[in-house]
Ligand binder design. Structure first.
Ligand SMILES: Nc1nc2c(ncn2[C@@H]2O[C@H](COP(=O)(O)OP(=O)(O)OP(=O)(O)O)[C@@H](O)[C@H]2O)c(=O)[nH]1
Ligand SMILES: [Mg+2]
Length: 610
């Protein structure tokens, strides 16, 4: 069973609702006012099961839209995520203003396929109107759409098979793991409570799942769900779905225009866009930069200021980038299509697609995703891989493929977790190599560069980038030793002027190795010399100014071990006497032994740790 959504379109009174009733047996006009006036005001819904010529079964959710020019807003809400349009033209009336406007809206919203139903063939001149319709479709995406003559008085069988033939050629909507239900109706049932209905796209919703109503980010659990009046455990893309969300109280908290989705998405008040104005449009008024218009996306309509960065006006037939500032937050995914209408709601001025802010206009659709991914990373310089275009109409597989391609083209650098702009990465990495080399040159006595100093030297780059660069360096010619990073071939050595001081220190400690005089390192050179000697193991530091030669330390350790094993335990003064040293040396020496886990203090005595 493959699911599709079909919506009607076309001028008022051309027979859309009559056709839906003929196809499905359901009268889509459900409001008393609609029945009274004989026109459709709001969206109507029906359901059709079809078999394709090859035996495939299709489950088709049908949305019937109003044709009257006062209700274009409702029409747009109905055709947001459909697979196939049924464009209705009455043979006695021909191509009319809303036939044209609806056609443009379908194109702006990216509807790829349509069937034209030529209705009221019992009244008009079908041949002449068909030729005219064919003419009108020339140059649009629906140029080759089948035109099927129909009438109230004849069977709808031919139309039914035309629909099945078209659907058989369609790619079913993808499950990208990001379900969104664009709410078009909410009502409250005594008992179950709030129910919302809408067209589900982009993924699957399940019973028991916690969802969020956007843009107000209200959490709710799905107690039950239905498609076409049947209770189901889950619903997938391209299904008309009803959700029972008892935690939301319908009237105040949820209404048409809201979106039900999973967690992790945030509504925005600024979006990037590429706009397109139909060449067929004789637009009055023109779309001017700075204008405040209505933006229709999904089932919602919000007021928005349109900024055109590169032109004063968008003329018919033109396309260009825009920044859109919204007066109320909107959940918009990159890749979403929308329509712009003038504030008096008389004219459809343009259509567009949501892109990352700052994305350059792209001509070829095949590069669009790569360009959008790159724009996202460029805007932030670095992004966690799992955050890139999360709010988009693309699956994580598609985004990952785009990342690999950008990496292969040298535009970005990828690590397990992050994506970086290649240029920033290259600059930062080179800076790291340079500062480490400089550190080795100016301080050859040091083990390397302190990582904290490296971070400080690169502080204009993001922390995570520095961490990844350190890992990258250490995978090649660099090593990390404790808190230092150094070139793998770095050998510590002393500059000549410090070597003289180091020699003096060694001489000072050698006179009486077990009880040498204190050493106070007052100059930075003396400190560098001592650090070096400690690093090399030539000197061991016992207390702030107390040092012994490494060899003396090893010897005293051995003698202490022998003495304690012979006696089982020993006091500080016993060991001081045994080692021939002073309390000044013995006390910190034994504390260091304790710290090294060589001895342990028991009362006033030391024992050996086994
Ligand atoms: N003679 C004739 N009348 C038709 C035919 N199809 C529809 N009608 C009539 O045309 C009128 C309008 O039909 P609807 O189906 O309500 O038209 P619609 O396109 O849904 O109108 P809106 O939803 O208001 O835009 C009704 O009175 C229908 O009975 C047809 O094939 N032949
Ligand atoms: Mg109708």
């Amino acid at each position: 069973m493959t699911h599709f959504i079909l919506a009607t379109a076309g001028h008022v009174d051309h027979g859309k609702s009559t056709l839906v009733r003929a196809l499905t047996g359901t009268d889509p006009d459900r409001l008393p006012e609609e029945k009274a006036r004989g026109i459709t005001i709001d969206l109507g819904f029906a359901h059709l099961s079809l078999l394709s010529p090859s035996g495939q079964s299709f489950d088709v959710g049908i949305v019937d839209v109003p044709g009257h020019e006062d209700f274009v807003r409702n029409m747009i809400a109905g055709v947001g995520s459909i697979d196939l349009a049924l464009l209705v033209v009455a043979a006695d009336d021909g191509w009319m203003p809303q036939t044209e406007e609806h056609l443009q809206i379908l194109e702006y919203l990216g509807v790829g396929r349509a069937i034209v139903a030529l209705t009221k063939c019992d009244l008009g001149d079908p041949e002449r109107v068909e030729a005219n319709v064919r003419e009108k479709l020339r140059g649009t995406g629906f140029e080759n759409a089948p035109i099927i003559p129909t009438s109230l008085h004849t069977s709808s069988e031919e139309l039914r098979s035309a629909i099945a033939r078209e659907l058989a050629q369609l790619q079913p909507q993808q499950d990208i793991g990001k379900p969104r239900l664009f709410v078009d109706r909410t009502f409250t049932l005594r008992g179950p409570g709030t129910v919302v209905t809408g067209t589900l796209t982009g993924g699957t919703l399940q019973r028991g799942q916690t969802v969020f109503s956007q843009p107000r980010n209200l959490p709710a659990r799905i107690r039950s769900l239905q498609t076409h009046g049947r209770e189901v455990d889950q619903a997938g893309p391209a299904t008309r779905t009803a959700l029972n969300l008892p935690e939301l109280t319908a009237k105040e908290t949820i209404r048409r225009g809201d979106v039900i989705c999973l967690g992790g998405f945030e509504p925005v008040t600024r979006i990037g866009a590429l706009l397109r104005s139909s060449p067929r449009l004789r637009q009055r008024p023109p779309l001017k930069s700075g204008a405040v218009l209505y933006l229709h996306l999904g089932t919602t309509r919000v007021s928005a200021r349109i900024i055109l960065p590169d032109r004063a006006k968008l003329r018919p037939g033109e396309a260009g980038p825009a920044e859109i500032r919204l007066t109320t937050p909107l959940l918009a995914f990159v890749g979403d299509r929308f329509v712009l209408r003038d504030p008096s709601e008389r004219h459809t001025l343009a259509g567009g697609v949501v892109v990352p802010l700052g994305a350059a206009p792209l001509l070829s659709a095949s590069d669009a995703l790569d360009g959008w991914v790159l724009a996202e990373i460029q805007r932030q310089r670095v992004l966690r891989r799992d955050a890139i275009l999360r709010a988009s109409c693309f699956s994580s597989g598609e985004i990952d493929a785009a990342l690999q391609k950008l990496e292969a083209n040298g535009k970005i650098v990828l690590t397990n977790e992050f994506a970086f702009v290649a240029e920033a990465w290259r600059v930062a990495r080179q800076r790291a190599v340079d500062v480490i080399a400089h550190e080795h040159e100016t301080h050859p006595e040091r083990a390397g560069m302190l990582l904290s100093e490296l971070r400080a030297a690169l502080n204009e780059f993001p922390e995570c980038m520095i961490e990844e660069i350190v890992s990258d360096l250490c995978a090649s010619d660099f090593v990390k030793v404790h808190r230092f990073i150094a070139k793998r071939d770095h050998r510590r050595r002393l500059p000549p002027q410090i070597e003289v001081i180091a020699d003096e220190i060694i001489r000072g400690l050698s006179g009486n190795p077990v009880d040498p005089p204190s050493q106070r390192a007052t100059t930075s050179q003396a400190r560098a010399a001592i650090d070096f000697l400690i690093g090399q193991g030539e000197v061991v530091q016992l207390a702030p100014d107390v040092f012994v030669l490494g060899s003396a330390f090893a010897e005293m350790k051995q003698r202490a071990a022998d003495f304690i094993s012979a006696h089982g335990r020993a006091t500080v003064s016993q060991l001081r006497r045994e080692l021939g040293t002073s309390r000044r040396i013995a006390v910190p020496l034994l504390e260091l032994f304790d710290k090294q886990g060589f001895t342990r203090r028991v009362g006033d005595e030391r024992v050996l740790v086994r």
